[in-house]
Design a protein around this ligand. Sequence first.
Ligand code: GLY
Length: 353
Amino acid sequence: MHTASFSEQLSPIEWGPLLNSTFSSVLAPFATRKIAILVDENTHDHCLEFLITGFDALAEAEVIMLPAGEENKVLEVCFQVWETLTEAGFGRHDLLINLGGGMVTDLGGFVASVYKRGLAFINVPTSLLGMIDAAVGGKTGIDFAGFKNQIGTFAAAQVTYIDTGFLHTLPSQEWTNGFAELLKHALISDVQLWQDLSYIQDVQKELQLETIQQGVQIKAEIVAQDLTEKGLRKILNFGHTIGHALESYYLNTATPLSHGHAVALGLLLESKLSVEQATLSKQEFLSIETRIKSICALQIPSDAEGLWALMQQDKKNDNGEVRICLLPRIGSCLFDQKLAFEVFEKVISGYCS
Ligand code: GLY
C-alpha cells in the first residue's frame, strides 16, 4: 500500500498499514500508563485481535465493548464507558484507542474529551465512512433526544490512522455508506472526482485507494481552514440537514436508515433544492439523481412537517431559520442559505413514498 501522511490543523492523519506506521512510537510514552481500546461488537470480533497481537504495548489493554449501531450512540452508553474508565483508575495521562466506525470514534472521542477534562485518544477507523468522514476533523458527538450529534465537542485525536486493510472486514452495505460521504466530497468541491465516481458500479470491488485518499484530503483541507465550523466547514454538511432529519425520523423504527443511506437521500433532496434555489442545472441534477438511485432505495416519508421539525434542530441554523448548503454547480458549494418550508415541501412531495 502506498503510504503518505499529511497534517490538518489539529490532528495528524497517517496513511498506510498500521504495522508500518508510527503507532508503536506513539504508544511508547504510554508504556507505564493505562490504555483502553474501545470497540463495538463488530470490531471486537474482526479487528481487535489484529491490534492486540500486533502491538506489545496493547497486550494488557482494557477492552471496552459497545453495542453496535447508531441507536447506541447515546449518553447512557457513555455512562458505562466512564464507569469502566473510573473503576479501572484511568487518569488524564492515560490513553483511549477508538477502534471502529463512526459510532465508535464519535462516541469514543466525546467520552475521552470530557473525561477528567480530556483524556488522550487515538482514532483507528475501520469503516469507509469512518475513514472518509467521521474519524477525521476533530468532531465528536452523541445523539440526544432523538437528534443527531446534539451533544459533542471539538477535540483532536493524537493521531488518526487510516489503514484501508481494515476495509476487508466490512459488509457490502458499509461500503455504500462510506461511498455516500465520498460523493458528497466530490459534489461540494471536485467535479472531476464526481465524474470518476460516476463510473463505479461495484463500490467494494472498484473503489481505488487513491480515490479514498482524495476524499479524505478534501475533508482535511476544508477542516484545516475552519476547524470549529464558523463558515467554510459548513459545506461538509451538504446533504446532512435533510439526511440527519431522515436518519432521526427512522431511528428506532422497524426500517431504520443507515447514516450513509440517509446522507445519500439528503444529497439527492438538497441537490433538487439547489435547482430550485441556486443555479444547479437540471442536467447536473439528473446525473446526481441517477447516481443516488443506483446506490440506494428512495425511502422518503410523506411527512414534510415531521422532517421540518427535525431540521429545526440542525446546528447550522441561525435565529430559528433553517439554513442549508446548496450547489451552484457540481464541485462548488454555498453555505448559510435560507430555506423556506414551502420550497422544502414541494421538493419532498416529488419523492415521498
Ligand atoms: N461531517 C461533517 C464535518 O465533519 O464537518
